[in-house]
Design a protein around this ligand. Sequence first.
Ligand SMILES: C[S@@+](CC[C@H](N)C(=O)[O-])C[C@H]1O[C@@H](n2cnc3c(N)ncnc32)[C@H](O)[C@@H]1O
Length: 218
Amino acid sequence: MRIDVFTQVPHAFGWLTEQKPLATVLGTELELRLFNYRDTTPLRAGQVDDDPYGGGAGMVLRVDVVDAALGAAYGDVRPARIVALTPQGRQLDQELVEELAAEPGLALLSSRFEGFDERIVTHLCTDAVSIGPYVLSGGELPAMVLLDAIARRLPGALADGSGEHESFSAALDGGIEYPHYTRPADYRGWDVPDVLLSGDHGRIERWRHDQSRVRSVR
Ligand SMILES: C[S@@+](CC[C@H](N)C(=O)[O-])C[C@H]1O[C@@H](n2cnc3c(N)ncnc32)[C@H](O)[C@@H]1O
């Protein structure tokens, strides 16, 4: 799949692209392109935002600037899903991650300061997505959250099987994963459950299933 991120700070994504699983799928299952609104703005001196009509604090990302960026990237054939990252959007969950990961192409639009001119969201985007009910300073972290969550769902991103029984997966009926333990078996009197040391794979499976169910109804 191809994901295009539109941002004022493309260099912010450098760290993420070096991390697994994104680094694993980059260039094979995933093509990532970063676009800076400033590179295609029709305004002088790299201007991308402006004062809000009606007054008030902060700068607003301009609709003509975003339209120009999309036009330069796609011409008239835009991707089927163009996502505005905004705290006012549909809240991201695993179901939405799976839905977006199944698309052949996505555009993620981030903003800063006071946010988007509303016409960007209503006329240029197909979706508005929030990563949670709180306000961050820019859409770059939300875009990275979405990129990482989608990359995990692409073929070959994870070691075999490691993504199949995770929290919110179909294998766990959308529930929470069971707890994990590793060595040492006893640390300061904090024991690992005996069943996990028993070698009885049937009992371990049943225990894990029960733990997952108990955690999921809390
Ligand atoms: C300071 S926020 C703007 C908040 C906006 N004035 C409001 O009250 O809804 C600047 C930008 O950060 C991004 N952003 C902040 N919080 C976000 C969240 N929870 N989910 C997705 N994007 C977010 C969006 O791109 C947003 O336009």
